[in-house]
Design a protein around this ligand. Structure first.
Ligand code: HEC
Length: 190
């Protein structure tokens, strides 16, 4: 009888802690969704304004220098590590880590099965060097404006700038609706 009570108690504790983690994770996911949304909106806004002002070649400046600054600022503001990655990167610095590559491949598989990239996301809590880490990824779809610099054909001025800045550019040949890459958000959790 005693044993049974104990096991009920243990499973009750285990159950409630599982729920606590689950709630916590759902909260983390919701926060991340908002952070990434705001981040994406800022990036796109800057990009569109620069293209409107000086054409697509002018927009490269935003992606090349401003994007990094915006990423750092938003990361700091929210106490997280933000980045962008892709299976075909333009900047080698954005290359995916092993787990990020797996998630990107999974996104492609999900898209092949008919899922829209719009709401495609991934999250997990893992232990890294004894510390709990929350990981979140959100797919980035390819819109019309993106084709100016990631499409099959780009303007000569864009071509010239891109090949000068990114000799190892793999982020070309995209079509509308493709998965261009993903936002990555990482933060330490208790
Ligand atoms: C004006 C040119 C231009 C346009 C338009 C553009 N990009 Fe980019 N994109 C770049 C450049 C340049 C980089 C490399 C940034 C860097 O050095 O980190 C880049 C990098 C990226 C990356 C990071 C991964 C990588 O390939 O290195 C993603 C994701 C991305 N772009 C998505 C998009 C999406 C989505 C759109 C449309 C909303 C878009 N881009 C429109 C020029 C552009």
């Amino acid at each position: 009888m005693k044993k049974l009570t104990l096991s009920i108690l243990v499973s009750a504790v285990l159950f409630s802690s599982t729920i606590a983690v689950a709630q916590n994770k759902e909260q983390l996911v919701q926060e991340s969704r908002q952070t990434v949304k705001a981040f994406g909106k800022t990036l796109k806004g800057e990009l569109k304004a620069a293209i409107k002002k000086g054409g697509p070649a002018n927009g490269i400046e935003v992606c090349n220098t401003k994007a990094m600054k915006i990423t750092e600022a938003v990361s700091k503001e929210h106490g997280v590590q933000l980045s962008r990655t892709s299976l075909k990167t333009r900047n080698d610095k954005n290359a995916p880590t092993e787990w990020q590559k797996k998630v990107l491949e999974d996104f492609e598989a999900r898209k092949a099965k008919g899922e829209s990239p719009k709401k495609m996301e991934y999250s997990e809590i893992v232990e890294v060097n004894g510390k709990k880490q929350f990981r979140y990824m959100k797919a980035i779809g390819t819109g019309q404006v993106c084709l100016n610099c990631h499409g099959e054909k780009v303007l000569p001025a864009v071509e010239a700038k891109l090949s000068a800045l990114y000799p190892n550019d793999k982020a070309r040949g995209y079509h509308k609706g493709d998965i261009r890459g993903a936002f990555v958000l990482i933060r330490d959790v208790q």
